[in-house]
Design a protein around this ligand. Structure first.
Ligand code: DLL
Length: 428
């Protein structure tokens, strides 16, 4: 553990810490951010009306539109001369979402990433092959800062140029690699096609995030890179990577949310009502320590569950893998669909790989999904039996009939370094 006293803090103490920090945050935003003062005034609320995290539902959500409406710096709680760094995430439409950090925010960013790295298996003295993109995206610089804080040597490779990545893996001999899960798939396949035995590489741990992924990909990457792969989650609005991290010895049981800095709620996607732990809904965060751009009840749009794990090594709450983003959910003939659901079905089938793509079209007035999926090396893409079995399993599990197109290995687009779009929506 990197900060054992915090990571294993008894829950009553953690709540007290959250309460103190929340009240400081509320005072600050009320004094310094006109948007939040207005939101609270409109509801007749003063900072002292929110005494603890349990009172948060009195406040409305902050949404991405609010950040866009105050583009670029309107939600900052600090003057320009106290801002130490600016990042942005590329919006699907128009202007990017801008986020700012003071020196202290960057310090906390380093702290939560260092904590996450240790949780994933990394130790001081190891080398980190950092294949997240450097730039406005928070992945590259975020992981870099945390690894330096931990006392690792950082190899700032950034994303892309797969051949060069392999040379670095072979020659620089990093023990830890971080990148998107889809790029980890690309790298493991590239190793294989170069005839490199991953067991000969010293890399032991892979820290994967920035996009949804399931155990299907974990299995492929763990075998293909000869690593133990864990999930890292985050978003630029809240800080970047390091909002939550899966522990290497607790793989498959969820990722610890670092609750001393980011208070999570899961709420109903339609009504916005808070949901009990264990129920699936939209993840919402309140930052407890951010200076430059504190956010109250930020609607991430990510769908998951949160729950305490009495058998966990840390006390903080765990989040399940992200099913998808609410705005990426497909509605096909009335059925809600995330691509990760198809990925989970593929995982249960022999002779298939988690290299797949969903093509959505409209035939007449009916939406149609075609699943293009690559068969494993040596398997027959012409097999009607395999195709029919996948079709039936998808129908039984998800409740939708989909067209299936089995492909030869290498036919589906691969990540070139960053996040990969697994859905091609061809409806107008
Ligand atoms: O993706 C930060 C990050 C960098 C996280 C590196 C992990 C590793 P944004 O570009 O702002 O920030 O995108 C945030 O990506 O709301 C999720 O929809 C998605 N996302 C991030 N991590 C995961 C994950 C970074 N582990 C958005 N699983 C979030 C699923 C993820 N989705």
């Amino acid at each position: 553990m990197y900060q054992p006293d915090i990571e294993t803090m008894p829950l009553d103490q953690l709540r007290e810490l959250q309460r103190t920090r929340l009240r400081q945050t509320l005072e600050r935003v009320y004094q310094r951010v006109p948007f939040y003062r207005k939101v609270m005034d409109q509801r007749g609320l003063k900072p002292q009306d929110i005494q603890s995290v349990e009172d948060l539902p009195k406040l409305p959500f902050t949404r991405k539109e609010d950040l866009r409406d105050h583009y670029p710096y309107g939600l900052f709680a600090e003057p320009a001369d106290r801002i130490a760094r600016i990042h942005a995430s590329s919006g699907t439409t128009g202007k990017p979402t801008v986020v700012g950090y003071t020196r202290r925010d960057l310090d906390i960013f380093d702290e939560v990433v260092a904590r996450s790295l240790v949780c994933a298996g990394a130790r001081p003295g190891m080398k980190l092959h950092n294949a997240y993109g450097y730039g406005l995206f928070t992945g590259g610089l975020g992981m870099h800062g945390g690894a330096s804080r931990l006392g690792m040597a950082v190899i700032p490779v950034s994303g892309g140029m797969t051949e060069r990545q392999l040379t670095i893996l072979e020659d620089f001999r990093p023990e830890v690699i971080c990148c998107t899960p889809s790029y980890a798939q690309t790298l493991s396949e590239a190793l294989q096609s170069r005839g490199i035995d991953p067991a000969d590489l010293p890399v032991q741990y892979a820290i994967l995030g920035a996009e949804p992924w399931t155990d299907a990909i974990r299995q492929q990457v763990e075998a293909g890179l000869h690593v133990q792969a864990t999930n890292i989650y985050g978003l630029s609005e809240i800080i970047g990577p390091g909002v939550s991290q899966e522990a290497v010895d607790e793989r498959g049981t969820g990722s610890y949310i670092w609750e001393d800095h980011f208070y999570p709620e899961v709420v109903d996607r339609d009504s916005g009502e808070p949901l009990p732990h264990g129920e699936e809904g939209v993840l919402v965060f309140t930052t407890l320590t951010k200076e430059a751009m504190p956010l109250l009840r930020y609607w991430t749009n990510d769908i998951c569950r949160i729950q305490y794990d009495p058998n966990g090594s840390r006390t903080h709450i765990k989040m399940s893998p992200i099913l998808g983003r609410a705005d990426d959910m497909l509605i096909i003939r009335g059925v809600n669909l995330f691509h990760t659901q198809v990925e989970e079905v593929i995982e249960q089938m022999d002779y298939l790989t988690p290299n797949y793509q969903l093509i959505v079209t409209r035939r007449g007035s009916l939406d149609q999904v075609e699943v293009r999926v690559e068969v494993a090396a040596g398997a027959n893409p012409e097999s009607t039996e395999l195709r029919d079995r996948l079709q039936q399993k998808i129908k039984d599990t998800i409740g939708l009939s989909m067209d299936i197109m089995l492909e030869q290995p290498g036919q589906i687009p691969r990540s070139q370094g960053g996040k990969l779009a697994r859905v091609v929506d061809q409806r107008s």
